[in-house]
Ligand binder design. Structure first.
Ligand SMILES: NC(=O)c1ccc[n+]([C@@H]2O[C@H](COP(=O)([O-])OP(=O)(O)OC[C@H]3O[C@@H](n4cnc5c(N)ncnc54)[C@H](O)[C@@H]3O)[C@@H](O)[C@H]2O)c1
Ligand SMILES: NC(=O)c1ccc[n+]([C@@H]2O[C@H](COP(=O)([O-])OP(=O)(O)OC[C@H]3O[C@@H](n4cnc5c(N)ncnc54)[C@H](O)[C@@H]3O)[C@@H](O)[C@H]2O)c1
Lengths: 207, 207
């Protein structure tokens, strides 16, 4: 069993290891990983120990090996299909973000309610109406849904994608979603990031 | 000294405590806070212990008192001024997000390079050109900058806001910013959220 706090750090380790791989580093120590990721070596060793016997004491970890292990644990060795509900300013920015495709996440369905958007195409995907979303999302094979509707539309959007068989939701709308226990939800809240930055400002001011 | 991992959780505790406050809860236990925030009671007690002697064993914490303490530590008892660099799809979505104002973050300057945007007004703020950004951001009193430019414009945008006296940056562009040691940077990476969701999918599939 991998603790939730460890899972949160694995993508960060992966990002740093991919940078090391691109720089043709073959072996890396827990100290190097910690430095690249802004954590400490003991935390890195503890987190990676949940993935099995991976490193060699005194020498370090094989970079290719570690990239493979973490990718497998994160279930990203194959492409993951994503449905987008709400194609407004935020939805369009996420759809256009190259970082998702680079990590194997592929948009396969877009849903909205705006008559001016429904029926139009963007990069080969036709924007469909919420009323048709259950069949569209099911037929698309989407496993993850990103919800970027206004707050008052988010729960209904979640209900529809869950009915379509989606088991993982990234929610950007500022409401707490109610979903069955076998559906994972991650809530994005950029205000939390601003509050953390505000903490450092307060410290800087001697507060 | 408050550890970085504790700081990351304080905004989440605050969000839950504000919900409790709205529901007229006067006293709350570490167990209740843990349940609302998806963590465990020992972690809550340990985190809050860094803020001083706040709870009473066996009774719990005074909700109003805790809200006050955490707000003070996070430096959000006063409004924080924010500059936005890059007014594209993502920038416009952040500018229009009511969650920031609700938590005391106020936009005071917007910067872009697109001639079709520069000089136009949105809600009383005139979009200014990057060339004028240093004076504009300094004059606005912005303490935090949000960077939502394309990747190739992000470092130059950071240099300009740092020169203007900004000490905290929320970076949405997919590049690692180089800033002086007294400037705090938080990197937003929604792909990390998708990778964490993918982990739960892999577990669900019995992977
Ligand atoms: N989590 C954060 O930090 C953060 C930051 C910025 C914005 N947001 C939130 O993201 C959401 C989207 O913001 P935006 O700026 O793109 O808004 P927007 O108004 O530009 O876009 C919303 C889109 O959703 C569509 N829509 C409306 N109701 C719908 C429904 N029931 N089902 C499907 N689609 C529906 C609209 O037609 C529109 O295309 C909002 O809830 C906003 O509060 C969150
Ligand atoms: N972190 C994440 O998870 C995530 C998600 C989505 C998008 N993004 C990133 O956010 C950024 C913005 O995305 P978008 O969809 O809004 O793009 P966009 O093209 O719609 O908007 C970019 C805006 O920046 C302006 N601009 C260009 N160069 C500039 C410069 N040097 N200085 C100031 N302004 C400049 C443009 O005129 C435009 O208004 C991109 O870097 C994108 O990769 C990140």
């Amino acid at each position: 069993h991998v603790p939730h706090t460890t899972i949160q750090r694995l993508p960060v380790y992966l990002r740093c290891l991919l940078q090391a791989q691109a720089a043709r580093v073959r072996v890396i120590s827990s100290g190097d990983i910690a430095e690249m990721c802004g954590t400490n070596p003991a935390q890195v060793r503890k987190d990676l120990s949940y993935l099995g016997e991976l490193g060699t004491r005194g020498i370090g970890y094989d970079v290719d090996d570690l990239v493979g292990h973490i990718s497998e644990v994160l279930g990203i060795t194959e492409r993951r299909k994503v449905a987008l509900v709400g194609f407004g300013k935020l939805g369009a920015a996420l759809y256009g973000y190259s970082g998702f495709a680079e990590r194997g996440f592929e948009f396969v369905a877009i849903v909205d309610v705006d008559p001016a958007k429904v029926g139009t195409q963007t990069d080969g995907i036709t924007i469909r109406h919420l009323d048709d979303a259950c069949e569209v999302v099911r037929a698309s094979g989407a496993e993850i849904a990103i919800i970027s509707t206004p707050a008052d539309g988010a729960q209904a959007a979640a209900d529809v994608v869950v009915e379509a068989g989606v088991k993982a939701i990234l929610n950007l709308a500022p409401v707490r979603l109610v979903v069955p226990p076998d559906v994972a939800v991650r809530q994005v809240c950029l205000s939390t990031d601003l509050q953390i930055l505000s903490f450092y400002l307060a410290q800087h001011d001697g507060g």
